[in-house]
Design a protein. Structure first.
Length: 138
C-alpha cells in the first residue's frame, strides 16, 4: 500500500511539473483556413531558412484585427509540420490595406491580383505550435 501511495505521489508531482509550465505560456492567435487558432511561443532553435510551413505577417495592414496568416493548421489535409514556420512578409501595394485576410488562399488570390506582394524572410523563421479547436471568425 505504501508503494502505491508513493507511486501516486510521484505521478502527481510529474504531472504538475509538466502542466505547470504549459499553464504559464503566453498564448497568441493566428488565422488559418478562415478560422482563428491559438498559438504559443516555443524557444526551439530554427536555423534561418529551414521553416517548412508558410506563415505571413503584414508590414502595412491598417486593420487592427489582422493577425498572421498560416497556410496550414491542425486538421489540414496535408502539409502541416507542427508549426515550424517559413516566414513571408506581406505588403499592400494597390489593394485596400484595411482588408482582413484570414486564409492563405485569400492571400494568394490578392497577390495574384497584384494588390499585395509576398516576400520570403528566411532569417525570421521560427517555431510556434498551433493548437486545435479553432474558433470561427466574427
Amino acid at each position: 500500500m505504501k508503494r502505491l501511495l508513493v507511486a501516486a505521489t510521484v505521478g502527481l508531482l510529474a504531472l504538475m511539473t509538466v502542466a505547470g509550465p504549459a499553464g504559464a505560456r503566453t498564448f497568441g492567435a493566428v488565422y488559418a483556413n478562415d478560422a482563428v487558432y491559438r498559438v504559443f511561443g516555443n524557444a526551439a532553435n530554427v536555423p534561418d531558412g529551414t521553416g517548412t510551413d508558410p506563415f505571413a505577417t503584414f508590414t502595412n495592414s491598417t486593420n487592427a484585427d489582422q493577425l498572421g496568416v498560416a497556410e496550414f493548421a491542425p486538421g489540414s489535409p496535408t502539409g502541416h509540420h507542427g508549426g515550424r514556420w517559413a516566414v513571408y512578409r506581406v505588403t499592400w501595394t494597390s489593394g485596400d490595406a484595411s482588408t482582413l485576410v484570414t486564409s492563405w488562399s485569400q492571400l494568394a488570390s490578392l497577390a495574384d491580383a497584384g494588390q499585395l506582394t509576398i516576400t520570403r524572410d528566411p532569417a525570421a523563421d521560427f517555431r510556434c505550435p498551433v493548437l486545435g479547436d479553432p474558433e470561427p471568425i466574427g
